[in-house]
Design a protein around this ligand. Sequence first.
Ligand SMILES: [Zn+2]
Length: 401
Amino acid sequence: MERAFEDGQHGDGSLRTGPRVDDDYLTVTMLSAGLAGILGRRSRAGQVSRRSDGLLPAAWRAGSARLWWRCQEQGASAPESDLDLLAWCAQPFAAWPVSLSLSAQDLQSCLVIGEELSGFAEQSARVAVADVEAEWTENRVYQALRTAASVSGGDDDAQVERIYAVLRRRLIDHPVVTDLELKQWEREFSRTDGSGQTYVRRLVDEAYVPRPASGAHQYLRCPGCRNTVPDVRASCGTPGCPAGTAETVAVRALAVIYEQHRATRRFIHDPGLVEARILDALSGNEELAGRVQVTPYPGIDALDILIEFLKGDSGRVAVAETWGADAKDQESARLLGKAFSWPGSIACDRRFLVLPAHRAAQPGYVGELVAELDGRVGGIEVVDEKRLISMVTAAARRLAR
Ligand SMILES: [Zn+2]
């Protein structure tokens, strides 16, 4: 605590989570942002040119300098070169020669796994608004979704919202889609642009990678998350997925099978699994039928889930209470708490940040998230997916009386 106000971040004297924690989070955030830049350049340059390696991103330099100071303080040996530091990044923080004030959970994270950013680094780089390439791809997918919905729904706002939710759900339910399935989607959403291409095909072009395949075709997928896997023993790597033995899927294609590209999978499909589970549990619950109206992605993604409790009978139904839920499946509770803000422009009586069961079950996760939100974002209830569903069921009983 002796250097508590080193960066002047808590000059009000608050010691709620220990300012040193923020300090080392800033360091790893900068390293992550730098790594995002380095890996992005490497993938663009292929394996051929290494000339740009001399110009490392500013965030990497700043993170590296902060780390050097931390090593000096502790009498630990600092990385001798950028390559040395890159090698550290492939190790969990707990194995670094310097001790960092990160949560016990986060200390088990690496920044790089193989040739890719880890989930922690990805989340961290986004806190620094630096993972430009991934964000750009993700934004293009969302833009294509909004465009497809708005042209298909026309002037009818409610119809636009409904189509948006349907198409967004398709991205969660279909990590793989064949050209024959896409033709069905095109019949369903048939509006075309000036060149005669449907907007739903444009969406698939943004979110998927085409692979040639004709006639009968088989691929392997994880039964839990439906992501493709390369062989029967391979793990899907999807956070929280129970995985299990890969199943063989037989499909037919004319010429092409589309598979989601990495950004769609990591930022839309995988975190969408918890949203889909909650939506299915609520809409499949017969006890809630007629009492609770559940809207996925209302207001074109102003929120993940809107839950309206209905009251009344014989044709006069009113909304008694409105709840909003925003689901978040992220690796670091601390980083989530630092970056979270309530998304909704929709007025809600109660607001829930919903965690998938696999995050909520991690020791310390909920406590760290709540500590980070405390005093920064008010009026948010943190619950896990099962708790939310049982709360909705209980409230529906209470409000129907
Ligand atoms: Zn899986």
